[in-house]
Design a protein around this ligand. Structure first.
Ligand code: CP
Length: 339
């Protein structure tokens, strides 16, 4: 792990990864903090190169390399885009889902990982409901592991594709990105911050590029302790919108509420992004949402489908970013170290 990680890593919202005596694989992407700011810039540039590359040449890059997708939670965007990304580079992929594999019979994460390695997998893309699972899988298999979302902890490739989307809108044509690239940009993340790995990875990434991040939501879903370096809490959604160039809406994660009672009518009155609210307070802001969106809950259909929405651009950007991340996973060792 990166011992020079910023202090926000150690807030209760971003617990440190399990201590381990062994060096992590240089191709792994477990946290956005595995990447230096220069490494982020290189990945963004590579994503663009790969997106523009001739498909017939591109699919020689990882020809016949074997990548396993190991998914313990449902996914549409992440799973599909990783699979398309790997295949676009010529790799063979196999999907192991917890609902149709021996995981259902009680096989552990470690044994599943070792089995995939024995079958020839050279990298594993893991989505798991437990925070920290990718670190355990890497320790067990010593393969490059890509975190495709672990519990309430991190979703690094989502933050990278969100960054690419923001740059496309607010810094078009920018070449290299650095610590000042998003200076003057305020990104407001709204809703169920407590349970959101997407929020956490963005909170760890965007301030390192100069962005100011505002968090907005009710106390139940946004504890005071979430504030940190470059990250402020603004409970009044309209006030937050008035300061924002980007607004990132989040779904309430009903599957993680664990009995928490929320008054949904009150929630919608305070935090739903409506056309009226957007027009009144942030008529020029870019609207993001990692998906899945719940129309009529955190966002209205009109806003989701409206001209300020970049939600489907985020999905498209996922393929380019994940091509670069998958390529890094299988070539980083040969290139001599973690970026
Ligand atoms: N953004 C995201 O992680 O979506 P999926 O759950 O569909 O992969």
């Amino acid at each position: 792990m990166n011992s020079a990680a910023p202090a926000i890593r150690r807030s209760y919202l971003t617990p440190p990864a399990p201590a381990s005596p062994f060096p992590y694989h240089p191709g792994s992407l477990l946290s956005v903090l595995d990447l230096t700011v220069e490494g982020v810039s290189r990945l963004l540039a590579r994503a663009t190169e790969l997106e523009k590359a001739d498909p017939l040449l591109r699919d020689r890059i990882l020809q016949k390399r074997r990548i396993a997708l190991l998914f313990y939670e449902s996914s549409t965007r992440t799973r599909t885009s990783f699979e398309l990304a790997a295949k676009a580079l010529g790799a063979d992929t196999t999907l192991v889902s917890s609902l149709s594999s021996s995981i259902e019979k009680g096989e552990s994460l470690k044994d599943t990982g070792l089995t995939l390695r024995a079958l020839g997998a050279e990298a594993i893309i893991l989505r798991h409901n437990s925070s920290g699972a990718p670190w355990l899988l890497e320790e067990a298999t010593r393969l490059p592991v890509i975190n495709a979302g672990d519990g309430m902890h991190e979703h690094p490739t989502q933050a990278l594709l969100d960054l690419r989307t923001i740059l496309t809108h607010l810094r078009p044509g920018v070449g290299e990105t650095g610590p000042e690239t998003l200076a003057g940009v305020t990104v407001t993340i709204v809703g169920d911050i407590l349970h959101s790995r997407v929020a956490r990875s963005n909170m760890l990434l965007l301030p390192r590029l100069g962005a100011r991040v505002l968090l907005c939501g009710p106390k139940e879903l946004l504890p005071e302790q979430a504030a940190g370096a470059g990250i402020e809490i603004v409970r009044d959604f309209d006030a937050a919108l008035r300061q924002s160039q980007v607004v990132m809406m989040l779904r309430i994660q009903a599957e993680r509420l664990a009995g928490m009672q929320l008054d949904l009518d009150e929630y919608k009155a305070s935090y739903q992004l409506t056309g009226q609210r957007l027009a009144a307070h942030a008529p020029g802001a870019v609207v993001l949402h990692p998906g899945p969106i719940i129309r009529g809950m955190e966002i209205t259909a009109g806003v989701a489908d409206g001209v300020q929405s970049a939600i489907l651009e985020q999905v498209t950007n996922g393929v380019a970013i994940r091509m670069a991340v998958v390529e890094r996973a299988l070539t980083a060792a040969a290139q001599g170290g973690r970026a």
